[in-house]
Design a protein around this ligand. Structure first.
Ligand code: NAP
Length: 259
């Protein structure tokens, strides 16, 4: 018996990093997984690997900032798999690393669109589908930067802090309406993914090795996290094992925010 047998899951940003690891874990636990991303080539590879392991998945190209695209993905998930029980709002981009006084308004708006608008749209379309399926679980990927501030990350901090509270409102609305839909946020520390590798490599302040060393020291556990370690937390929230958990913040950060 898988922990998600009979469930349908949708994972955004599933082509790499946390999304790819999560899609693989959810599928291995019995979910039929709709994987979406803007990166069609890498996304299809993730789906091929899931299918080759004997599990069920499908890929759709999906820009999470587009309401029209969300409507299409929701419709196709319903058509292909018969409903939706788990949504992982994972797709995201890193901050531009620029102080507020210099940050172009367009950069601010882009980060807010990909990292926050997407989560609103995902909740909107998932609630509509899940309430027809008797309930579900929405997992919104925030960050430690949704809990504490970091200089030169105003766009990302604002978006991820927004995800934290949007999650609580969605949880309350679903509970009040009696939809049996739980909504929670996950707050990873630094995780070794392409997103972090890109930030490290384009830094002008230190070499990639120095920067990885500095990031490691921020985590009392003494290392960065792995995508699978975030996937395991998401799996718990997706499964019925977390049936009394809603509106919660699950921090998975190697102790980053403990001090
Ligand atoms: P990643 O390795 O960059 O993977 C994210 C995926 O999302 C990429 O395939 C990316 O495509 C895709 N994507 C970007 N914009 C999109 C859009 N508009 N619509 C659909 N897909 C889009 O990132 P990750 O590190 O796994 O991060 C996943 C989530 O965790 C993000 O929300 C991130 O903020 C959050 N998070 C990450 C960390 C960390 O340390 N890695 C820590 C805390 C929170 P492209 O590569 O083509 O852009």
């Amino acid at each position: 018996m898988g922990r998600l047998d009979g469930k349908v899951a949708l994972v955004t940003g599933a082509a790499k990093g946390i999304g790819a690891a999560t899609a693989e874990l959810l599928a291995r636990e019995g979910a039929k997984v709709m994987c979406t991303d803007v990166d069609e080539t890498e996304g299809q590879k993730v789906v091929d690997a899931i299918q080759n392991a004997g599990h069920t998945a499908s890929f759709m190209t999906h820009d999470v900032t587009s309401e029209e695209a969300w409507e299409k993905v929701a419709g196709e998930t319903q058509r292909a798999f018969g409903g939706l029980h788990v949504l992982v709002n994972n797709a995201g981009i890193a901050p531009d690393g620029i102080a507020i006084e210099d940050l172009p308004f367009e950069s601010w708006k882009r980060t807010l669109a990909v990292d926050l608008d997407s989560v609103f749209l995902g909740c909107k379309y998932a609630i509509r589908l899940m309430k027809e399926c008797g309930g579900g679980s929405i997992i919104n990927i925030s960050s430690i930067m949704g809990l504490v501030g970091t200089p030169r990350s105003s766009d990302y901090n604002a978006a991820k802090g927004g995800v934290r509270l949007l999650t609580k409102v969605a949880a309350l609305e679903c509970a009040e309406a009696g939809y049996n839909i739980r909504v929670n946020s996950v707050h990873p520390g630094y995780i070794d993914t392409p997103l972090v590798r890109n930030v490290v490599e384009r830094s002008e302040e230190a070499s990639a090795n120095e920067l990885m060393g500095m990031l490691t020291m921020l985590h009392p556990i003494g290392r960065l996290g792995t995508p699978k370690e975030i996937g395991q937390a998401i799996l718990f929230l997706a499964s019925d094992e977390s049936s009394f958990v809603t509106g919660a913040e699950l921090v998975v950060d190697g102790g980053y925010t403990a001090r």
